[in-house]
Write a protein that binds this ligand. Structure first.
Ligand code: ADP
Ligand code: 5GP
Length: 226
């Protein structure tokens, strides 16, 4: 882990819906010495996404070329697409004296742990299984199958939380950003602690309940396809 004061890459991982993008934007707004890492991906841009800003959108052959040429510090298949962090993102942040904020999945975080020893890894947890479902389903566009797949992935990701340097629970937004800022400034956030294993077990049990016969996913399924 890095010494306090020197800029370092800050890896943020979280199950989809935990609020990672919201927190990353707020952290960036409050801290001018934080730069977003722009990943390469083979997935198609969503409406409003800009090439070179949100992602470098590349074809699969181009992605594989970048990977084989050693242009990616880490890469992983996520949801049937490839994602990877270009080495040049790290070099640019180092040259500018900025913290590099990397929004990557658990597989990528593990690679960063090995290859970039000064990086600090933070896992964002939702406050409860119910809150995770509400945030995921909030958009109202997901089918029961998609919601179920995301929740099952979420459970797998949540189980990896103890591997991370810090865990931040995103209950109240402002408080969660304060915790992230504490990590950035080399202070320990208020809520880390040995109770993480118990928190992970509780959250996984709650997610299972949400997936059960009386849960929202089944209710959505019974309403039929949209
Ligand atoms: P992720 O990037 O982890 O998938 P988002 O940042 O897109 O998640 O957040 C998912 C939804 O949850 C969004 O509607 C966001 O406004 C909401 N959200 C994020 N953090 C909180 C919070 N602390 N309290 C309530 N809602 C939140
Ligand atoms: P999305 O397609 O919704 O933007 O991102 C899907 C997932 O891919 C998220 O969990 C995000 O953190 C992860 N991701 C985005 N960029 C990278 C990357 O460069 N490397 C890895 N390993 N994961 C990434």
């Amino acid at each position: 882990m890095s010494e306090a004061g020197a800029p370092f890459p800050l890896v943020l991982s979280a199950p989809s819906g935990a609020g990672k993008s919201t927190l990353a934007s707020m952290l960036r707004q409050r801290n001018r010495d934080v730069a977003f890492s722009v990943s390469a991906t083979t997935r198609a841009p969503r409406p409003g996404e800009v090439d070179g800003v949100h992602y470098h959108f590349v074809s699969e052959p181009e992605f594989l070329r970048m990977r084989d040429a050693g242009e990616l510090i880490e890469w992983a298949p996520v949801h049937q697409n490839y994602y990877g962090t270009p080495v040049k993102e790290l070099h640019r942040a180092q040259a500018r004296g900025e913290h590099l904020l990397m929004d990557i999945d658990v597989q990528g975080a593990r690679q960063i742990r090995e290859r970039v020893p000064e990086a600090v890894l933070v896992f964002i947890l939702p406050p409860s299984g119910r809150a995770l479902v509400q945030r995921l389903a909030g958009r109202g566009t997901e089918s029961a199958d998609v919601l179920e797949r995301r929740l099952r992935n979420a459970e797998d990701e949540i189980r990896a939380a103890p591997e991370f340097d810090f865990v931040v629970v995103n209950d109240r937004l402002e408080r969660a950003v304060d915790d992230l800022e504490a990590v950035l400034r080399g202070r320990k956030p208020a809520r880390r602690g040995p109770e993480i294993e118990a928190t992970v077990a509780r959250l996984c049990a709650e997610v299972e309940r949400e997936l059960g016969p009386d849960g929202p996913v089944e209710r959505l399924r019974q309403k039929g396809p949209r």
